[in-house]
Design a protein around this ligand. Sequence first.
Ligand code: DAH
Length: 339
Amino acid sequence: MKIQLEDILKNGVAEIESADDLKTLDDLRIKYLGKSGALTTILRGMKDVAPEQRREIGSLANSVRENIENALSQKLADLENAKLLADMEKEKVDITEPSKGVKRGALHPLTRFNNKFMEICVEMGFTVIQGPEVETDYYNFEALNVPKNHPARDMQDSFYITDNILMRTQTSNMQIRAMEKMKPPFKVVCPGRVYRNDSDSSHSPIFNQFEALVVDENIGLKDLMMMIKEILKRLYGENIKIRVRPSYFPFTEPSIEIDATCQMCHGKGCNLCKGTGFSEFFAAGVVNPKVLEMSGIDSKKYSGFAFGPGIDRSVMVTNKIPNIKYLFKNDLRFLKQMR
Ligand code: DAH
């Protein structure tokens, strides 16, 4: 038994030392120390050893086990270390290699304009609200004083989903939703996507508007004009000039269109502004008292004004974008130019 133990020690340690991968090492652990391993079998046979030899054999067996265990853990550490070194070698980074350059992202021009406009409105005390793009006929038309068969519906070629539900054609739907929920006085602005069946180089079936609505006591056209002038100055600078044309919208009375210095030629006259130096910016007006009443606001006590600029055209002009489709195509070549 002594000889057997000495053989186990000699062979075991030698085999362990020559193991060159973790799997072989584990197999050796099982071979010697496992449940039916060589050493375990011997230890199990201790009961058959003559009592006077038991002490000696027992202590030899323990020392063999210790030696095998030590050899195994030493080898395990060596193999793991070697693997780590090999992995590090594989993953080595050459820090002297020239960099590939950092790819910088940028905000979409619509987002940039949107942020700027929102910032100005928030500075002026507006609350930003958002609402549904899939809308009922009531909020998109009826409550804005555009009943069924009203000729004003022809101004907006709509995408209907059912007889009563459509993709909103204007953010003016949010005027009604705000008036139903909020107690005057209030100022709200709603940025959002709108949809019309219209498509050419300056019209897209999807485009973007803002809707601003102010409801308070004793406010009217003069306040509307002052506010629009201030917003345009903050957007385009102190020198911006504006002019006003009468217009018609069923939900405002009076209704106006506001033109401002053309941002393509800065007032000199160009193709875009047909030589006038002005281009169209806002549609606006004093809220029709009928609309206030329909949304539960006392029109004897309160009045309101609203304006609804489209933003795509302004973004196209300031960034010299020839076709509105570029704003929606997600073409990386275009987006890179807009940085
Ligand atoms: N919603 C109208 C449109 O898309 C524009 C508009 C007109 C908005 C008058 C307003 C307004 O807030 O007061 O054609």
